[in-house]
Design a protein around this ligand. Structure first.
Ligand code: TRP
Length: 378
């Protein structure tokens, strides 16, 4: 069990903390930046999780990743620059959402104590996202990224905390409190049902233009429909959005797992989103991670981005071969904001507990593409 304040002793064997430290170090080495800053802050974030034994079952059904590891790594690529290493964590790694929120807030406060972020904006939203009887699937996630080695923080909150049917209202209220109230009506039309609002995220800390981000899930969507949704943001990206989804998912409609759109808002433009990204759950549209890696490389090259750090990161994160499993590469994302060149982010699973076996038959073939049973780890 996860203690509220003290770390539990955990069982024998490799520990979650060591595993995540090793992977984060490898990710930063692959990116060529951020290692000292990341390792210096990771213990602060991991405090209650570090002693958990990887020989025990996952402590909770964490929604962070498919094997319920409470951590996900990513590399954010842009043309002509070093990729930015990032780590996402669920500090309150328990199925008790009251405690999970409390532990998560305490982790944010520890980062505030280290000068990484301020909790002020988060506090103004606490009654919305931390009700007395919270619903899952999570309460609070924290992410750190290290552009040029300096830490920047983000927090992810659950719009469905007060119940799935209340998720749209939660987003409306939170946007209004932060000064983006006029943006909600158009956003509401992007979500089929209230519970399709998946995350409400805030940049906290040393951001030049801190964003508020709203994530929307699209069930059974085509690439063309996603391009249509992306037109909520001005720019010439819709064609690229359509092309990217075709490249990554290679299916006409995305039915295996939904696409996720992210709309971002900044103070300079409070009435409509100024950034759009599309997250493609590549792991459900490939046989194995070799194929996912090849699609990532195709996407990176398409936008003139050096793909070599990706292979370094994959080799640093796991010693298994890429065709032995699927899900190490969880999502591929195309991001567009403020006339910047397109950015591509690769989300990498920690696989701390399990590796999902590769699919034997080609997707689309009879029996192909069904999620297989999870096999014990590496
Ligand atoms: N694991 C969840 C999912 O696959 C949530 C999640 C983790 C996610 N990382 C993400 C969603 C990146 C979108 C993009 O949906």
């Amino acid at each position: 069990m996860l203690g509220d304040s003290e770390g539990s002793p955990g069982g024998p064997g490799p520990r979650l903390g060591e595993h995540v430290r090793r992977q984060t170090a490898a990710l930063c080495e692959a990116a060529g930046t951020g290692k000292d800053a990341a390792l210096g802050l990771l213990d602060t974030m991991l405090e209650p999780l570090a002693p958990l034994s990887l020989l025990d079952p996952p402590n909770a059904r964490s929604f962070v990743s498919d094997d319920h590891s409470p951590v996900e790594l990513s590399l954010a690529f842009s043309p002509g620059a070093a990729p930015v290493p990032r780590v996402l964590l669920e500090p309150g790694y328990t199925d008790d959402m009251v405690r999970s929120g409390r532990i998560g807030l305490r982790a944010a406060e520890r980062l505030a104590g280290r000068g990484v972020l301020s909790c002020a904006r988060l506090r103004t939203l606490s009654d919305i996202f931390f009700p007395a009887v919270p619903h899952g699937p999570f309460a609070l996630w924290l992410a750190l990224e290290f552009p040029d080695g300096r830490p920047r923080a983000k927090v992810y909150l659950n719009p469905a905390a007060d119940g799935p049917g209340r998720a749209a209202d939660a987003v409306a209220e939170a946007l209004a409190r932060l000064g983006f109230g006029n943006a909600f009506a158009a956003l509401r039309r992007q979500a089929g049902r209230p519970e399709d609002f998946l995350f409400f995220a805030l940049d906290l800390g040393a951001w030049p233009a801190p964003r508020v981000k709203v994530y929307v899930r699209h069930r059974d969507f085509s690439a063309a429909e996603a391009a249509g949704v992306s037109r909520a943001v001005a720019g010439d990206h819709p064609g690229r959005v359509e092309e990217f989804i075709g490249l990554v998912a290679a299916e006409r409609r995305l039915r295996r797992r939904p696409l996720v759109s992210c709309f971002s808002f900044t103070r300079a433009c409070p009435d409509r989103p100024s950034g759009y990204s599309v997250h493609v759950p590549v792991r459900d549209y490939v046989q194995d991670d070799r194929q996912a890696r090849d699609r990532a490389v195709d996407a990176l090259r398409r936008y003139g981005i050096d793909d070599r750090p990706l292979d370094r990161a994959l080799a640093g994160l796991t010693s298994r071969s890429l065709d032995a499993g699927v899900g190490l590469i969880a999502y591929l994302t195309l991001a567009h904001a403020d006339r910047c060149p397109p950015r591509v982010t690769v989300y990498l699973s920690s696989e701390a507990y399990r590796v999902k076996p590769a699919r034997r038959s080609a997707l689309g073939a009879p029996g192909g593409g069904e999620p297989g049973p999870m096999l014990a780890g590496r």
